[in-house]
Design a binder for this molecule. Structure first.
Ligand code: GLP
Length: 252
């Protein structure tokens, strides 16, 4: 990877003073231009080399590289260096299960049950599941993997009364939606899904093999049966640097 000094790239006219960008951002843009021409897996020069070649401070280089790692353009490998990242995985947003979504796109889905138990519903969860306050709910935490790579940490809440023995059913790593259909005759058909950003806690970072504080996309799904009864309230934490969610919009 050859790095020309940012100041000499001459690609853009200097922005007006009031819009002048921070130095690290100029370095970042410059690195982005270069990354765009390189195949995934290419080793990026060290901070030290970039510092010298771009005539800037280590802090500036570090900030530019840090943002590019957070955005999934570069990837750091401990003790080895920083590389051009693989393209993000496109993951369609559909009213389907994780297992079905993965298998229908030619991937192998697997699940590790992290924790399953029953607890008293918080006010928020009781309201979402239309239960009385402090009614018992299942809290099921699972690690979802695609082609053996951890993709998301998912925490699901469902009524304990409506779904007796659910945690046991999921011990083998079965699909929740398959169990809901086959054991309880329940099919979630509509859902409201929200997407927000968050920073990975040490635990999520460990489970998803990333760094604490790295950007996450948190999808929350509130799903319902055809007659409008709530089924589940689920939060799924995905690595924001690895996934791109895609949905098709049609006019009414
Ligand atoms: C997705 C949804 C969850 C749902 C899960 C079921 O991940 N976001 O709301 O609970 O699929 O997946 P599976 O049936 O594979 O366990």
């Amino acid at each position: 990877m050859v790095v020309a000094p940012a100041a000499r790239s001459g690609r853009e006219a200097r922005p007006p003073k009031e819009l002048r960008e921070p130095k690290y951002y100029t370095v970042k843009r410059h690195l982005l231009d270069i990354i765009g021409t390189l195949p995934p897996g290419t080793l990026v020069p060290t901070e030290r080399l970039l510092m010298v070649e771009l005539g800037t401070s280590r802090t500036t280089v570090r900030q530019a590289l840090g943002e590019l790692v957070g955005e999934g353009r570069l990837v750091r490998r401990q003790g080895s260096g920083t590389y051009v990242a693989e393209p993000k995985v496109h993951w369609p947003l559909r009213m389907t299960s994780f297992t079905e979504q993965a298998t229908s796109t030619g991937h192998a889905a697997s699940t590790q049950l992290i924790d399953a138990g029953r607890e008293k519903a918080s006010d928020d969860i009781a309201e979402r599941l239309e239960l009385r306050t402090a009614a018992l709910v299942h809290r099921i935490e699972r690690l979802r993997l695609v082609d053996e790579v951890p993709m998301a940490v998912e925490t699901s809440y469902l009524s304990a009364q409506q779904f007796p023995g659910l945690a046991k059913e999921l011990r083998r790593g079965d699909s929740l939606y398959r169990v809901l259909l086959e054991r309880y005759g329940v099919v979630p058909v509509t859902a409201e899904e929200t997407i927000e950003t968050a920073a990975a806690s040490p635990r999520e970072a460990d489970l998803l093999r990333t760094e604490t504080g790295s950007p996450m996309l948190v999808l929350s799904r509130h799903s319902f049966t055809a007659d409008g009864s709530p089924v589940e309230w689920v939060q799924s934490w995905y690595r924001g640097d690895r996934y791109r969610f895609v949905t098709r919009l049609t006019s009414d």
